[in-house]
Design a protein around this ligand. Structure first.
Ligand code: PMP
Ligand code: GLN
Length: 387
């Protein structure tokens, strides 16, 4: 048979986590916390199960949880999403992304993706028969240590064949955020082209240095043309629960639900009930940025004492570090070597590029995840100091 995804192998996160486990390395690669969610949230799950929430919940998600999501979106970003018709609970952000792409991308449609990009987007577009159009960010330079999006390049990539633009801020893997001027630029693009924007905002609650997340839901004109996606995995340290959601105008949500109902039908009911109760208190997500900023600073300070050069991270639980003082190996080889020989698992940033082996995708950068206990970060730093 002919593979539908001939160029796709196993996702880099699985590959690097397996390698780390095999070699008993400290895993700062794949993005997941090495600590438990709050005991209160866990108690809520047990309670929900004992209370009988063990059968199919409604297809679009339990009303209680959709209400809480709607309330949060309004409180944080000012846009009201109708919980009945505009909020859909999904099996992680992954399913929200896949269902949205499947719902709107037709064979031959172009989809603009900004590189580096999360590895799900391109295969999802290709499964739908779409054609990815890749717009590269400006990589970091001596004078500007942050990756940068050139919105004029994004605008120039939009043609009459473009169905969708996919964006992801706070950005995995570079840790860059959107600013108000970026929302201005996006608003212009949407206004001129009417393009649909798929906004992957899974790190919405992890934004550092007193800044605020610039959700597309902050601008009415953007909200009207966007699907805004988030994940409880990142927000409540529950990546293994696979619960996320998407918010979109009802005409879009209807189409997304058509796919969602046949991909998974619905999402684990005790988890939804527990999350709905837990979400009533905004404190846990409002405190998350401060919680992770302390970890970002700990890893950054530690790396600064090694031959790695940490780069600034404005959000997410990732930061990039330059290893050019240590090695001139390409990123994938260096990441393997660091895992196998030095006992610290990381992700090569080139894995987020369309051509991971090409010279222009290799900037001697690896990605570290700092969603770890302080002791784990310190133990990894001890090893990294010897590299
Ligand atoms: N988008 C981005 C940018 C991510 O980093 C991840 C996560 N790991 C996902 C989507 C998928 O999220 P989930 O685990 O909720 O499916
Ligand atoms: N998003 C996580 C990361 O970037 C991984 C999620 C996954 O493995 N599917 O590391």
């Amino acid at each position: 048979f002919e593979s539908k995804l001939p160029k796709v192998g196993t996702t880099i996160f699985t590959v690097m986590s397996q390698l780390a486990a095999e070699h008993k390395a400290i895993n700062l690669g794949q993005g997941f916390p090495d600590f438990n969610p709050s005991a209160d949230l866990l108690d809520q799950v047990v309670k929900a199960m004992k209370d009988g929430h063990n059968q199919y919940p409604p297809m679009a998600g339990i009303p209680l949880l959709r209400n809480e999501i709607s309330t949060k979106m309004k409180a944080m970003y000012g846009h009201y999403y109708d919980p009945d018709t505009e909020v859909t609970v999904t099996s992680g952000a992954s399913e929200a992304l896949m269902a949205s792409i499947m719902a709107f991308v037709k064979p031959g449609d172009e989809v603009v993706v900004i590189e580096p990009f999360y590895d799900l987007y391109i295969p999802a577009i290709e499964l739908a028969g779409g054609l990815p159009v890749i717009v590269s960010m400006q990589p970091p330079t001596e004078s500007n240590p942050l990756y940068q999006v050139d919105w004029q390049k994004v605008r120039a990539a939009v043609t009459t064949k473009t169905r969708m633009l996919i964006i992801n801020f706070p950005h995995n893997p570079t840790g860059i955020n959107l600013h108000e001027s970026d929302l201005d630029a996006l608003e212009l693009i949407v206004d001129e082209t009417g393009i649909l924007v798929l906004s992957d905002e899974v790190y919405e609650h992890i934004v550092f240095d007193g800044k605020q997340h610039q959700s597309l839901a902050r601008r009415e004109a953007l909200a009207a043309n966007s699907i805004v996606i988030s994940s409880f995995g990142k927000t409540y340290h529950t990546t293994g629960w696979k619960v996320g959601y998407c918010c979109a105008p009802s005409a879009l949500s209807i189409e997304i639900r058509k796919v969602h109902q046949f991909m998974v039908f619905t999402v684990s009911s005790p988890m939804q009930v527990a999350l709905a109760h837990y979400m009533k208190d905004p404190a846990p997500y409002l405190e998350l940025s401060r919680f992770y900023q302390q970890k970002r600073d700990r890893l950054t300070r530690g790396l600064a004492k090694t031959r790695f050069k940490p780069m600034p991270s404005q959000g997410t639980f990732f930061l990039l570090a330059d290893y050019s003082q240590i090695s001139n190996l390409p990123e994938a080889e260096f990441a393997r070597k660091l895992t196998v020989q030095h006992g610290v698992g990381v992700i090569p940033v080139a894995a987020f590029y369309g051509r991971p082996n090409a010279d222009e995708s290799n900037h001697q950068l690896v990605r570290f995840c700092f969603a770890k206990q302080d002791e784990t970060l310190d133990a990894a730093l001890d090893k990294l100091a010897m590299v």
